[in-house]
Design a protein around this ligand. Sequence first.
Ligand code: NIG
Ligand code: FE
Length: 404
Amino acid sequence: MQADWLIKNIHLATFDPTVAAPYGAIRDALVAVAAERILWAGPAAQAPSLDGAVVINGKGGWLTPGLIDCHTHLVYGGDRAEEFEWRLQGRSYADIAAQGGGILSTVAATRAASATQLLDSAARRLRALCAEGVTTVEIKSGYGLALDTERRMLVVARALGQQLPITVRTTFLGAHALPPQYQGDADGYIDTLVETVLPALAAEGLVDAVDVFCEGIGFSVAQCRRLFERARELGLPVKGHVEQLSYQGGARLVAEFGGLSVDHVEYLPETDLESLAQSGAVAVLLPGAFYYLQEQQKPPIAALRRWGIPMAVATDLNPGSSPMASLLLALNQACILFGLTPEEALLGATRHAAAALGLADRKGCISAGFDADMLLWDCGRPAEICYGINMQRPRHIWVGGRDV
Ligand code: NIG
Ligand code: FE
C-alpha cells in the first residue's frame, strides 16, 4: 500500500461502531494516511506493508477523530454583557426577549456590522475552538432576519472555512426571532422566508441545512412546518431548536420530516421519543445554555438512552444563552450537569456530531476511508479529555491529513 505518512506508537479511540471496545479503542495501533483520507487504521501488529510513508512517532499518546461542534451561532455583532447583568439581577431570558432585547439586540448589532467586522470577531471565537481540536463546525445564520443580512452572515461563515483549517457547515436560521418590522405578523415573516429568502440563499449555495426556533418566544409548529416544507422542496435537510424552554412538539415535527437533529430538548417528553427513534435524528445536548440560563429541567438522558437515540454535545456558542467558545468545557458540562459518561460525551463530539451534520460517512471516526481529521492527545485514557477544565489541549491536530 502507498501511504503519504503513518503514525505509530499510539492508542486509538476510533469511535468506530464496528470496534466493540469502549471508545472503539485499539491499543498499540497504527494509522496510515493518503490523500487527505485514512488509508488504514488498526493494531500495529496487523498493519500491511506501507511504502514510501513518512513515519511519525506518537510516543504513546491517544489518537481521536477531530472534534465536531455541530451547533453554533458564532457569527454575530456586539455582545450581550448588559443582559448578563440584568439576568444576574433576576430578569429571565424569555422576559428580556419579550421586551425586545435578547436575540433582537444581537440582530441590531449584527445588521450594523460590516462583513469584515463580522469575519474578524467570528475568527477570534473560531480560533479558540480550533485550538481545542475542533476540525468541523456548524455555523448558523439568524441574526440578520432579512435577505441581505442573512446572506452576509452565511458568506462570512463560508469565508471562515477558507481562512481557517476547519470544515464549515452552514445552517439557515431565518426563523430565529421575529424582526421588528413584522411585529404581530409572524405568518407574514414566514411567507417571506418561504417565498423569497430561503430559495434565494439556497440558490446561491449558502445553505447546507435549515433550522428553526420552535418556541413560545419563537415560532409555532405550524409556522416551522411551512418552512420545512419549502426546505424539502429545495432538497435541504432540516433540524430544530426544540423543547428548550417549554414543550411545543417541535421534535415530533423534525422527526416527521426525517430531520438531522433536535437540539436542546430539555422539555422533550417520553411520548415523543418513539417517533424520534424511528426517524434516526440525533438529540443535540447544549449544556452551555442550560448552565448559563440556570435552567432546572434537564434533557431526558435516561429515556434517550433507552430508545437508543444518538446524543451529540455542542457549544451553542452565541452571545446570549451560551457565550462559551469551548467544546471541551461543553463535554465536561455534559458529564457533570447531564450525567453523560465520558464515552457518551466524546461520541457526542465525534460520530454522533457528524451524523447531526449529515457527515456520518466522512467524519467522526478513525476508520479507512474517513477524512484524516485527527488529534493526538497526551493522556493516559480518553476520559481525560472530558475530565479537566482548561487542562488539556491536543498535542497535534491534522485536518484532511495536514498538520495544522
Ligand atoms: O440556541 N434558542 C435560540 N437560539 C439560541 C440563543 C440565541 C441568543 O440568545 O442569541 C440558543 O439558545
Ligand atoms: Fe442555538
